[in-house]
Design a protein around this ligand. Structure first.
Ligand code: 5AD
Ligand code: SF4
Length: 473
């Protein structure tokens, strides 16, 4: 039971065409036989991006297969896991303070197991347990598939902490998508890790080297998810544009394959890297739009070429703008969003102003802007000219205010338009529905529950920067 090598998902070589259904079946058979969980309640607390949310879903699915019972309340749990992202904030503090809140539960039930996983696990390793002995086990982003065994070890030897954070650099990325309740719209991972080493970013250190899943596995996953009622998939990776399958297919080929080989109604993806976003992809998006949604998240990070160079982003302001213009001519309805860092080490007031001007020039409807935060292992954390905190805060406010003013006016263009909405939620308290347009706007409107899962026409009555109200026509 404790032997990780019994995990069949880590064994096959990339060249073998192992079907995801087979892997899934072998896992569920194995856990059925072993009954690691004995029905124990498990609660997972998640901080972070879509990747972390997706990882937590995978953890729940694996643990449920091993006969643990997911619960919504830590008081009901015999296993509590904190899955935390470490991209920006100081997540380690958050983890410690959350673990502290479970002290009473642990006193009441000494068999309660507390684990920390994901990016913070990969980053901090055994240090977490040295600092906070209430923690029983720590695992990294590459050890999620051993989680049932890790938890089992923790129960079998209650006095030993379990630390499994090693990367499986040499193993191909051969896992199938595991989602407990996929709903109408769900995520499908296609790559993991990142090799870009932007100087501010911890991801290459917490998620390891970039690897792509086999093409046929992605297609089979989507077919399986559709049988479970999924209508829309968001293809996920740190840099989806550098996807390369074992049979030589690139990201544009993969999107085309998804559209041609499955009947999924909508495909989205995130995140792109501007240096790898090419004309071939733009053309595939245009050819299969609206099944491939015309929404592109294209992180710029800074509007100044000198700062971009120090960030090791691999493009200049001018090259980025040329790409945006190309997108606008090939995909005239495309809606763009972006990520921005203000106060990167050495950023001058003029360089910051270049970011503001670029944001307004491109016309992003949504921006995700952050103050630079030094991360462990990264080059920029060692740059000398760090920007003071108050300057970062002021720049962030200035950028957000300039963008907000622009976008509030811009989105009014949607009022009165009839948009195709894939309905994905029903709120029974308010008797209202919500769903998303192909351009990734969240629309709220009144309607019946049986519309969930359908693509319907909604007339927009009020448009805000990221949400809209409408009525079914
Ligand atoms: N400081 C601030 N923001 C960061 N991001 C990544 N690393 C840092 C950091 N050290 C932002 C980038 C990235 C997004 C996911 O988080 O904008 O695109
Ligand atoms: Fe981080 Fe850069 Fe990789 Fe994105 S591309 S995950 S910012 S290193």
């Amino acid at each position: 039971m404790q032997n990780q090598e019994t995990h069949s998902i880590s064994e096959p070589q990339a060249s073998q065409q192992v079907q995801p259904q087979f892997l899934f079946k072998s896992l569920s058979d194995k856990y059925e036989k072993d009954n690691i969980g004995h029905g124990k309640g498990v609660y997972i607390s998640t901080y972070g991006c879509q990747m972390n949310v997706n990882d937590s879903d995978r953890m729940y699915a694996l643990l449920e297969m091993a006969n643990f019972t997911p619960v919504n309340d830590p008081e009901q749990a015999e296993v509590i896991i904190i899955n935390a992202c470490s991209v920006r904030e100081k997540p380690v503090h958050k983890v410690y303070s959350e673990v502290g809140t479970y002290r009473k539960l642990k006193e009441r039930n000494p068999n309660l197991k507390i684990g920390v996983g994901g990016c913070v696990g990969s980053q901090e390793k055994g240090k977490l347990i040295d600092q906070q002995p209430l923690i029983d086990f720590v695992f990294g982003t590459d050890n999620i598939d051993s989680l049932p065994e890790i938890v089992a070890k923790s129960f079998i030897n209650p006095n030993d902490s379990v630390i499994e954070t090693q990367f499986r650099h040499r193993e191909p990325y051969m896992v199938e998508t595991l989602v407990r309740n996929p709903g109408v719209s769900t995520f499908v991972n296609i790559t993991k890790g990142c090799d870009n080493f932007c100087t501010f970013c911890v991801v290459p250190y917490t998620r390891g080297r970039e690897k792509s899943r086999p093409y046929s596995h992605v297609i089979d996953d989507i077919k399986n998810l559709m049988q479970r009622g999924v209508k829309e998939v968001t293809v996920l990776g740190q840099n989806v544009n550098s996807y390369k399958s074992e049979c030589g297919k690139d990201f544009a080929d993969l999107l085309e394959g998804i559209v041609l080989e499955t009947e999924v109604e909508r495909v989205r993806y995130t995140t792109s890297h501007p240096k790898d976003f090419d004309e071939k992809l733009m053309k595939v998006m245009a050819k299969y739009n609206p099944r491939i949604c015309e929404y592109i998240h294209l992180p710029i990070q800074s509007g100044n070429s000198e700062v971009l160079k120090r960030m090791n982003r691999g493009y200049t302001r001018e090259e980025y703008l040329a790409k945006v213009n190309q997108i606008k001519s090939i995909l005239p309805n495309a809606v763009l969003s972006t990520d921005i860092i203000v106060g990167f080490p050495g950023e001058t007031e003029e360089q910051f102003k270049d970011t503001v001007s670029l944001v307004l020039e491109v016309g992003y409807e949504t921006i995700y802007a952050f103050k630079y935060s030094p991360r462990p292992f990264t080059k920029a954390a060692r740059f000398e000219d760090q920007v003071p905190e108050d300057v970062k805060s002021r720049r962030l406010d200035e950028l957000l205010a300039a963008h907000d003013q622009w976008t509030r006016e811009e989105v009014k263009k949607y009022e009165g338009q009839v948009l195709k909405v894939l309905v994905d939620q029903f709120d029974d308290k308010r008797n209202s529905l919500s769903g998303r347009t192909t351009q990734n706007k969240n629309v709220f409107f009144l309607g019946e529950k049986d519309l969930v899962g359908k693509i319907i026409d909604v007339k927009i009555t009020k448009a805000f920067p990221s949400t809209m109200r409408g009525e079914v026509i």
